[in-house]
Design a protein around this ligand. Structure first.
Ligand SMILES: [Zn+2]
Length: 477
């Protein structure tokens, strides 16, 4: 198989230099419009017997050698002059008539016209934004002969091939597109967004005379379009419309001769990142300002709540989730204001963080987790269990209660009483930085699990355990 390329992140476009005739490079895309944005020429210089053209983007060009009169024509695709003043016509000291013009909008044509005893070679520099055409006099007859032979063979190669057919097959959530032509394929791929699509320029291949049949959409590919890559160049552009983002694209032409095989599959990792970036969570550190909450042993609940909320925020943000705090300093916020903030954000999860207290029985300790509506029950369960598994603290039960912030919030909402500030042991857990970290970790894991985002190998471990269990059972039989 060819090399795997993630088409949206690290597509390595391939370059093919073949004979003298065609070299077409990556065309960059304008993601805002989805159009191929035009490249622009910023400068044209003649130095050391070379024409040096600089552009703003990577250059895609095709060259052809024409006879009577002997000349080299280079077309730069999707390209214009940055200003009209750049248009150039001059005679070089080698008696070459050189013209750089824009005969059709968005297409630059360079013509080198001179004697037959000239060798003209074009190449791109490493950044592909500079095109250099070097001109040298062919000195001896022998050199001239070699050059003419070279030219002859390249003229033979110039006969373009046809695009024969395109087949699309779907198997196991993968879609394979196979492009068949009458000649071996040199190609270039590039991706475009809004909508997502992969474009493939087949060089020295012309589109079929009759339109290709319409294709049935697959899970990943919504359509295929075929056309000429540019008006006066023999290259076919195949555009594959993708029905979703984050597809891996594997382009394989190595073993197939006149076929190009493109395999699309979902990149689960990238999909997870995108999924996470769309998730919003509101953390509500209880109390604040003159409302200190519970206050024992020199610690105020409002401060403990904020510290743990901020630690939780950091963990969730590090995993790519967008997090909002109802307050990020010691300011007073009414319950209605907290609900209003949450309502404007419409988060996937709302969690209010509190510390408990019972003045009359200081011996009472443990975690209490509250929810109101049924959609929050599972979240409450995950949060509760996660805290119990991360910290050595008694289970003070999951409870259903009509607390204002969870009752008035339409998102899955939980109020967690992480421990009793009035109890000596719980207070230690709530006020120590290490155990505060454990609380934050426990809460983040529970939230990710609730959102079906726990990508860590937990399910695998589970299934392994289950397998081991099965094996044990079999042995026992
Ligand atoms: Zn409280």
């Amino acid at each position: 198989m060819g090399n795997i390329k993630n088409i949206f992140y690290k597509l390595n476009y391939l370059r093919f230099y073949f004979s003298f005739l065609f070299v077409i490079f990556f065309i960059s895309a304008n993601p805002a419009t989805g159009q191929i944005s035009a490249n622009q020429i910023t400068s044209i210089k003649w130095e050391n017997n070379s024409l040096v053209i600089n552009t703003t983007q990577k250059i895609t060009y095709a060259e052809s050698r024409l006879k009577e009169p002997e000349r080299l024509v280079i077309d730069i695709l999707n390209c214009s002059f940055q200003n009209k003043g750049l248009e150039k016509r001059f005679k070089s000291e080698l008696e070459e008539d050189i013209t750089v013009s824009e005969p059709t909008t968005g297409q630059i044509r360079i013509i080198f016209l001179g004697s037959a005893s000239m060798n003209r070679k074009s190449y791109l520099t490493n950044n592909e934004r500079t095109l250099i055409t070097k001109i040298a006099r062919i000195n001896t007859d022998e050199e001239k002969k070699i050059f003419e032979n070279e030219q002859q063979s390249s003229l033979e190669k110039y006969v373009p091939g046809f695009l024969k057919e395109i087949n699309i097959e779907e198997e196991d959530h993968e879609t394979e597109v196979v492009i068949s032509t009458t000649k071996s394929i040199k190609y270039n791929t590039y991706t475009l967004k809004n909508p997502d699509r992969l474009a493939i320029d087949l060089l020295n291949i012309i589109p079929p005379k009759d339109p290709l049949p319409k294709y049935m959409a697959t899970q990943l590919v919504s359509g295929v379009r075929v056309g000429r890559a540019a008006s006066n160049i023999d290259a076919t552009r195949v555009v594959i419309d993708l029905s979703r983002e984050n597809l891996d694209c594997d382009v394989d032409s190595t073993l197939l001769g006149n076929k190009l095989k493109i395999k699309f599959k979902i990149n689960k990792e990238k999909e997870e990142i995108v999924k996470k970036s769309g998730i919003k969570i509101v953390i509500d550190p209880g109390h604040g300002g003159y409302d200190t909450g519970a206050s024992y042993g020199g610690f105020e609940e409002k401060a403990v709540n904020l510290i743990i909320a901020e630690k939780l925020k950091k963990i969730l943000e590090d995993s790519g989730i967008t997090v909002f705090l109802t307050r990020d300093d010691d300011s007073f916020l009414s319950l209605a204001e907290r609900v209003e903030i949450t309502h404007s954000i419409r988060p996937n999860v709302f969690i209010s963080i509190h510390g408990n207290a019972l003045k009359t029985s200081r011996g009472i300790r443990g975690v209490e987790t509250y929810y109101w509506n049924s959609q929050s029950q599972k979240l409450a369960y995950y949060i509760h269990k996660s805290i119990l598994s991360h910290l050595t603290i008694p289970d003070h039960f999951i409870r259903r209660a009509r607390f204002y912030v969870i009752h008035h919030t339409s998102s899955p909402a939980v109020l967690a009483e992480l421990g009793f500030l009035s109890n000596h042991d719980d207070r230690k857990l709530l006020t120590n930085s290490t155990t505060q970290d454990q609380y934050a970790k426990a809460l983040s894991e529970a939230i990710l699990k609730f959102l079906d985002l726990d990508t860590e190998s937990k399910p695998e471990v589970k299934s392994k355990k289950q397998e081991e269990q099965k094996l044990k059972e079999k042995k026992n039989e």
